[in-house]
Design a protein around this ligand. Structure first.
Ligand SMILES: [Zn+2]
Length: 332
């Protein structure tokens, strides 16, 4: 089975974005009206078609990351918006249970304690069968005003994640800081920043079973693995494998073969989860290969030194271990 652990509903029907516009304008958006046929239409020619063409079986599906916009409005705005987005994801996963499993957006808001997200996380997991969440380390949208992910500020949410046995993908939203392009800089900065926060803390001593997926291939981390090993050593921290690798995982959203090859050489196969983030940040065809940049399965398939056992770990086994609620659904 080929499981893609990172996909967003970027192709949601226009009615969702219209609802959001009204909400942001301070008007009452009313009930979101989208038919099942409209949902099917939004997926058949996009994510479902690409799953078939590229040979993946199922995608972990969450609301469009750039539209989480935790910086917009207040906690109540974020709560109502997250609920609409999560409900829509639930509908998609109910229509296509063979193709999608649900991952939720959290109703974060700048300066508001993450504990405020617990009721929505519980609703999604306990009532709607969601298997994970996306956690934004910077709800300010590029200004980095929150304490680091390792601060006790976040602990109540982590306690709930551990209790529910759901991991979080560390995933920022759009950038309000003109210095940071959102998918090109802000996303990759955040991935790298989160890893460095984990490296300098004892978070995983406090939460030995807490799990994070760092997307976009781990930002700059695999490329600079020697730097991080060296910093950990200088800081008298344990080796990275002992310090982090029971809790931190990397996806394969790296859009060229040499990058994937580096990821697979540097990071143990146990810590890599297959993902493509389609349909997402990069939608074009690479003129050098004639293939879509985000067809990441093709790069992994083309690396001949990866053993069959490691391949199975990356495409299937690791994801079931990191997202045990998905495994549970399969077994039930
Ligand atoms: Zn994403």
């Amino acid at each position: 089975m080929i499981i893609d652990c990172h996909g967003h509903y970027t192709t949601a029907p226009q009615a969702l974005w219209d609802w959001r516009k009204l909400q942001v304008a301070g008007q009452k958006p009313g009930t979101l009206k989208i038919s099942d046929d409209q949902l099917r239409e939004s997926l058949e020619g996009a994510q479902l078609k690409l799953q078939r063409e590229r040979g993946s079986d199922l995608t972990f599906f969450s609301p469009r990351a750039g539209s989480m916009e935790h910086h917009v409005g207040d906690a109540a705005t974020s709560q109502a918006w997250s609920r609409e987005c999560n409900d829509l994801i639930h509908r998609v996963c109910s229509l296509y249970p063979e193709n999608f499993a649900a991952v939720c957006q959290l109703p974060q808001s700048p300066g508001v304690a993450p504990a405020n997200c617990i009721p929505e996380l519980e609703r999604c997991v306990n009532e709607l069968g969601f298997i994970g969440c996306n956690l934004n380390p910077d709800p300010s949208g590029g200004w980095w005003k929150e304490p680091p992910l390792t601060d006790k500020w976040w602990y109540p949410l982590y306690e709930k994640m551990v209790e529910l046995d759901v991991p979080a993908m560390v995933h920022v939203s759009s950038s309000c800081n003109p210095a940071f392009h959102f998918t090109g800089a802000h996303y990759i900065n955040a991935d790298t920043t989160a890893f460095m926060q984990f490296l300098t803390s004892d978070l995983f001593k406090d939460f030995p079973t807490l799990r994070f997926v760092i997307p976009h291939g781990g930002g700059a981390v695999p490329y600079h693995w020697g730097r991080y090993r060296g910093i950990a050593q200088d800081l008298k921290r344990p080796p990275l494998a002992e310090l982090l690798l029971r809790n931190v995982f990397f996806d394969t959203c790296v859009y060229h073969k040499p990058g994937i090859e580096l990821l697979l050489k540097v990071i143990p196969a146990e810590n890599i989860l297959f993902a493509s983030e389609m349909v997402g940040a990069v939608r074009g065809i690479d003129p050098e290969t004639g293939q879509y940049f985000d067809d990441t399965k093709r790069y992994i398939d083309a690396i001949d030194w990866v053993s069959a056992a490691d391949r199975k770990k990356i495409f299937e086994d690791n994801v079931k271990r990191v997202y045990p609620r998905f495994g549970g659904m399969v077994l039930s």
